[in-house]
Design a protein around this ligand. Structure first.
Ligand code: SAH
Length: 236
């Protein structure tokens, strides 16, 4: 797939628009980059070196292919590593980015553990699944299993503050980030995917899970969604 989660180039740029005062040629890390749709936006918007990390070698291969097409192999370095133990030096980045991926480590844990990789004054921007309804929904099994620490934006901003950041902005990603940009591509890919995998039990299960996820979003997608959270590590 072109992207591995809900998002949109315009929303990546919108998140960047809230960030002032990055140094020239900022050092950027994109954590859980997938095949790098947002990495390409970051690399073209910011004139600095990007280190893009994913656990799966196939994702990093996809990232490399994309960067070859974009002519950005010099600017973007892909590495296979876990976000649980990032091979970074302390205070080595101006900007940490994680779209649709921090839930793999957990919002609070990721914000807390990754903070040391930021220089003072550096910025973190992540998307995280959050309640959008004015009152909490009765939790569905899907939400419990996939987003066990879902919370309201206010609660998430509080966590960002507790983890040692000044909240710069947060905003909700529009629904088309899920529907047109992600689920339409997922649904269109399923038949070929099953064919390629010879309808193995694992592939059939994967396809069923994706279809359930899409149905869940169709039924409840006004009640939850991705929110971009942007925070700054104080200078002192
Ligand atoms: N940022 C991309 C990908 C989001 S999907 C996009 O928005 O399109 C989440 C990504 O996190 C997947 O590519 C998955 O392989 C990666 N991932 C999952 N667990 C990880 C871990 N422990 N360390 C690093 N990457 C991980």
């Amino acid at each position: 797939l072109d992207r591995q989660g809900p998002g949109d180039d315009a929303q990546t740029r919108r998140a960047l628009s809230f960030i002032d005062g990055l140094p020239p040629r900022p050092r950027i890390a994109d954590i859980g980059c997938g095949t790098g749709r947002q990495t390409a936006v970051l690399a073209s918007a910011l004139d600095g070196p990007v280190t893009a990390v994913d656990l799966l070698p196939e994702m990093i291969e996809g990232l490399h292919r994309r960067m070859e097409t974009e002519g950005r192999t010099e600017q973007v370095t892909g590495i296979v590593a876990s976000m649980l133990s990032l091979p970074f030096a302390e205070a080595s980045f101006d900007l940490l980015w994680a779209e649709g991926s921090i839930y793999n480590i957990g919002f609070e844990k990721g914000l807390t553990q990754w903070r040391r990789f930021l220089k003072p004054g550096g910025v973190i921007a992540v998307t995280e699944c959050s309640w959008l309804a004015p009152s909490r929904l009765p939790e569905t099994a899907y939400i419990r299993e996939n987003f066990p620490d879902i919370g309201t934006p206010a609660a998430k901003v509080r966590i960002l503050e507790k983890a040692g950041y000044v909240p710069l902005a947060h905003f909700v990603l529009p629904q088309h980030c899920w529907t047109q940009n992600y689920y339409a591509a997922v649904a269109a890919r399923i038949p070929d995917f099953l064919e390629e995998q010879g309808h193995s039990p694992a592939a059939v299960r994967m396809a069923a899970l994706m279809r359930e996820e899409i149905e869940h979003y169709c039924a409840h997608g006004t009640d939850y969604g991705y929110v971009f959270y942007i925070g700054q590590k104080p200078e002192k």
